[in-house]
Design a protein around this ligand. Structure first.
Ligand code: C5P
Length: 289
């Protein structure tokens, strides 16, 4: 079985407050994009993972893919194995949900290959216990995501949108960014999610550009000032708007059309090797023919 685990971007990310358990109550618009990691999963006696690319991804027990596979095996009470081969393309520590997408693909793939017939409610609970973004990555498309990632509402998307994503610097750790957010003297302004929902439904990139926003940007930029520089540069090269995704450190430029995005990507790749030309898609995990 061959799968593509798609990256996600945030059109909007609002922080509503901090809960007693330390997690933050969020309200987000999340969107799958075509950029993705490739996975091949075959039945085997042992459970193993071979990685190509992404040198900073842990390959042993710390890898989210193996943790997800083991957790699924325990929950289902089976003793089967699988040989998983993964080619990483999604940059790490980028706010693009790369590790979450890989884990989502493995949960869906093994549920099918091992004939477990586990339903959405159980899979979602298992996914959430492994990471906040994994439930979204299992379904993908365009969704409003609330709570800490477990409440998912499907939304209509009026058109594909053309993007250039760049990671202009080293990755960022999500807990570190949330800690920096908590330490800010002034609470950042949350984006207008309703306006973004309307722009997406109409397929209107100019209106979406006006509504995009990320409340974590003022927490991440002091740690990685390159984020602000990359956003400015993308807008200079023709993006209607550029904004950080998730907790960073990648920045997403939104373009009016495919030609504008292609032009900007050709400029960006000369500055940052981790520059990606992509567009939105309606699924989190796709099956290769
Ligand atoms: O669930 P996930 O592994 O993505 O979260 C990593 C860390 O990010 C959490 O341990 C927490 O510190 C922070 N986080 C948060 N609020 C969220 C999601 C993540 O504070 N809604």
């Amino acid at each position: 079985m061959r799968l593509i685990a798609h990256a996600k971007v945030n059109w909007a990310l609002s922080v509503l407050g901090r809960r007693d358990d330390g997690y933050h109550e969020l309200d987000m618009l999340m969107q799958s994009v075509e950029l993705g990691d490739s996975l091949e999963i075959r039945l085997d006696e042992e459970l193993t993972l071979t990685l190509h690319g992404g040198p900073r991804v842990p390959s042993g027990d710390g890898n989210l893919v193996l943790r997800a596979a083991r957790r699924l095996r325990e929950a289902a009470g089976v003793a089967q194995g699988a040989r998983i081969t993964m080619k990483k393309r999604i940059p790490v520590g980028a706010g693009l949900g790369g590790g979450s997408a890989d884990a989502a693909a493995v949960l869906l793939g093994l549920n099918a290959l091992w004939n477990l017939h586990m339903g959405w409610q159980d899979l979602r609970a298992l996914a959430r216990s492994l990471g906040s973004d994994i439930p979204f990555c299992m379904v993908g498309g365009l969704r409003r995501v609330r709570g800490t990632g477990e409440q998912l509402e499907a939304l209509p998307c009026g058109a594909p949108f053309h993007l250039v994503i760049v990671q202009p610097c080293a990755g960022l750790s999500t807990p570190k960014v949330f800690a920096a957010y908590d330490a800010l003297a002034v609470r950042p302004r949350n984006p207008d999610i309703e306006a973004a929902v309307a722009a997406l439904a109409q397929g209107d990139p100019a209106a979406l550009a006006r509504a995009m926003g990320n409340a974590l940007t003022p927490a991440s930029v002091p740690i990685r000032p390159q984020i602000a520089m990359a956003a400015q540069t993308l807008e200079h090269f023709g993006a209607l708007r550029a904004e950080m995704t998730g907790s960073g450190s990648a920045v997403v430029g939104l373009f009016a059309n495919a030609q504008d995005a292609d032009f900007a990507w050709r400029q960006c790749i000369a500055l940052w090797p981790k520059s990606y030309l992509t567009r939105t898609t309606d699924r989190g995990v796709s099956l290769c023919p």
